[in-house]
Structure formats: structure tokens, C-alpha cells
Design a protein around this ligand. Structure first.
Ligand SMILES: NC(=O)C1=CN([C@@H]2O[C@H](COP(=O)(O)OP(=O)(O)OC[C@H]3O[C@@H](n4cnc5c(N)ncnc54)[C@H](O)[C@@H]3O)[C@@H](O)[C@H]2O)C=CC1
Ligand SMILES: O=C([O-])CC(=O)C(=O)O
Length: 304
């Protein structure tokens, strides 16, 4: 099997490292900067005998090298700095995404595409417009990351193992995201039964702001360890056809009462990508929040 990662920056290179360590597919890392993907790929390949993985890791500036990929992950684009919103990246990253998608269509048209570049939901919509892939074969990673952050804050708050927390965050990957405490459990126990409302509200707010919190610390860019973990985990679910259910940004065609927009909702991941959209029974308030989030994404889409 073969996975190509476009963009050899923080998210791209860390994703390649994680994928290599999973030992599930050969990996090609591509970037426009000459030498960058080659150097990082060599470094990761030289860790193979020490870490014990057998897959090939190569770096390239030539799209011919991504041919016959099973999955292409797109991380190419600029990242935000303190004081910026993800939407501030739109103009630059849409152009990059259009260029990258045209190249993928030329060199690996059968691949499943996972978008990562921000602003995630708008960029995913733009990528869908540039490709003629079946729905489900192109989607964005964000909800698994946001849910992971939510789960990590919950585990810290109640001092329990993160392994027992199963969190759910829907909506756009931005300030309008919709963490769902009612669909979040700790060892099967619904979160509202074991956490005070004040604490829950505080953790929800921190989850929504989690990307910006890291940007504020790093100053030079944004998060990449947890994002790459989410990408690698989703890639593994697809390659191994595990049918994991995780939130991801997909094109909605009537689901949740929404049309012609990309938004984070639970999907089933398998060999054909996001194979099924799961429709949760939301309360009126949750539905209102999800629709508000869709409006925010739509306003970005109108600027493409
Ligand atoms: N969906 C999500 O949850 C997350 C999304 N992101 C987004 O991922 C993107 C990448 O972030 P980082 O890796 O931290 O940035 P980075 O700046 O470290 O790396 C970006 C890489 O893209 C490359 N690039 C730019 N234009 C290109 C093109 N036309 N073709 C190929 N490569 C190109 C650059 O040379 C650079 O190496 C950003 O837009 C960031 O906002 C980051 C974290 C989470
Ligand atoms: O905050 C950012 O710009 C990067 C990102 O999407 C995240 O870490 O959630």
C-alpha cells in the first residue's frame, strides 16, 4: 500500500514519521521546496532499523512519484501565527489546494484524499470542486483532533485515564465547532452525569480555543503532534478497513438538514474512505449550533 503526504512541513513530516512507525504503507512526502522532503524522508528512513519498520519512505518534488497512491494527505499551505484566525489563511491556501488537487488528479486520480490544510472545511469544499471524486473519497480531518483535545481536557479535569474517555465534537473546525458533552462518555457514563456544568462549559470553551492556545505558545506556527496523530489514525482505519466511526468534514447533501457545505459529522472509515455518514439525534439547540457553524463555513465558501 502507498500513502502520499503533500507538504513536508510540521504536520506533513510528523505525519510521515507516524505512518512509518505504524509500518502499514510505503510513504512519499512531497513539497515544493527542493531538498526539504528528500532530507526529512532520508532522516525518517534511517530511523527504520532502530524503530523496526520496513516500509519505504521517500521525499520528492515531482508529482509523478505519487502515482498509484491509496491515500493522499494534503497538508500543503501556510499555518497561522498569533493574532490570526484560520480564515485569514483562506486566500493563500485555496490557491495552493487548487494547484495540489490538479496535480493529484493528473498523477493519482484513484486515490482517496484527506484534506488537512486550513481553513479546513472551506478548503475541503474547494478541493471537492477541483476533483471529480465520489463523495466520501475526499474529506477533511479535524473532528478527531478536536475530540481528542476535548477528551484530554476531560481526563485531566476528573483525573482518569484518557483511554476511558470517548468524546464527540461536530461542526466546522473553527470558533463555531460544536463539542457535544451529551455524546461524550467516560467508561460509558455520559459526561453530564459525572461533571458539573461549570467545569463542562469551561472545558468546551478550551476545546474550541485549543488550536489558538497552542499558536499562542508556539508563536511561529500551529499544532502538529496531535493533528498528525489524528491523520495517521484515520489513514490506518482506511487502509485496514476497520470501519472506525470518527467525526470528519464531509460534503453534506441533506444530512442534518444541511446542503452543499462541508462540515464535521461522524463518519464510518473504511477502504472506500468516509463510507457512511452517521446522523445523530440532536436536540434543537445542538441542531441550531450545527447550522450556525454551517453558516460560518458558507461565508468562507462564498469567498472562494
Ligand atoms: N485540519 C487540522 O486540524 C489542522 C490543519 N493544519 C493546517 O495544516 C497546514 C500545514 O501546517 P504546518 O505543517 O504546520 O505548516 P508548515 O508551514 O510547517 O508546512 C507547510 C508546508 O507546505 C508546503 N507547501 C506550500 N505550498 C505548497 C505547494 N503548492 N505544494 C506543495 N507543498 C507546499 C511548504 O513548503 C511547507 O513545507 C496549515 O494550513 C495549517 O493551518 C494544522 C493543524 C491541524
Ligand atoms: O490552530 C491552527 O491554526 C491549526 C489547527 O487547525 C489546530 O491546531 O486545530
Amino acid at each position: 500500500m502507498k500513502v502520499s503526504v503533500i507538504g513536508a512541513g510540521n504536520v506533513g513530516a510528523t505525519t510521515v514519521q507516524r505512518l512509518a512507525e505504524l509500518d502499514i504503507a510505503d510513504v512519499v512526502m512531497l513539497d515544493i521546496v527542493e531538498g526539504l522532503p528528500q532530507g526529512k524522508a532520508l532522516d525518517i528512513a534511517q530511523a527504520a532499523p532502530i524503530m523496526g519498520y520496513d516500509v519505504d519512505v521517500t521525499g520528492s518534488n515531482d508529482y509523478a512519484d505519487i502515482s498509484d497512491s491509496d491515500i493522499v494527505v494534503i497538508t500543503a499551505g501556510i499555518a497561522r501565527k498569533p493574532g490570526m484566525d484560520r480564515d485569514d489563511l483562506l486566500a493563500t491556501n485555496i490557491k495552493i489546494t487548487q494547484d495540489v488537487c490538479a496535480n493529484i488528479m493528473q498523477h493519482s486520480p484513484e486515490a482517496i484524499i484527506m484534506m488537512v490544510t486550513n481553513p479546513l472545511d472551506v478548503v475541503t469544499y474547494a478541493a471537492i470542486q477541483c476533483t471529480d471524486l465520489e463523495r466520501g473519497r475526499i474529506f477533511g480531518m479535524s473532528g478527531l483532533l478536536d475530540s481528542g483535545r476535548f477528551a484530554s481536557f476531560i481526563a485531566k479535569e476528573i483525573s482518569c485515564s484518557v483511554r476511558d474517555v470517548n468524546a464527540m465534537v461536530l461542526g466546522g473546525h473553527g470558533d463555531s465547532m460544536v463539542p457535544l458533552p451529551e455524546y461524550t462518555t467516560v467508561s460509558g457514563i455520559p459526561l453530564p452525569e459525572i461533571m458539573e456544568k461549570d467545569a463542562m462549559d469551561r472545558i468546551v470553551r478550551r476545546t474550541i480555543n485549543a488550536g489558538a492556545e497552542i499558536v499562542g505558545h508556539l508563536k511561529t506556527g500551529s499544532a502538529f503532534y496531535a493533528p498528525s496523530a489524528a491523520i495517521a489514525s484515520m489513514t490506518e482505519a482506511i487502509l485496514k478497513d476497520t470501519k472506525r466511526i470518527v467525526p470528519a468534514s464531509v460534503y453534506l447533501n441533506g444530512e442534518y438538514g444541511l446542503d452543499d457545505v462541508c462540515l464535521g459529522v461522524p463518519v464510518k472509515l473504511g477502504r472506500n474512505g468516509a463510507e457512511e455518514i452517521i446522523e445523530l439525534r440532536l436536540t434543537e439547540e445542538q441542531t441550531r449550533e450545527l447550522h450556525k457553524s454551517a453558516e460560518t463555513v458558507r461565508s468562507g465558501i462564498s469567498k472562494i
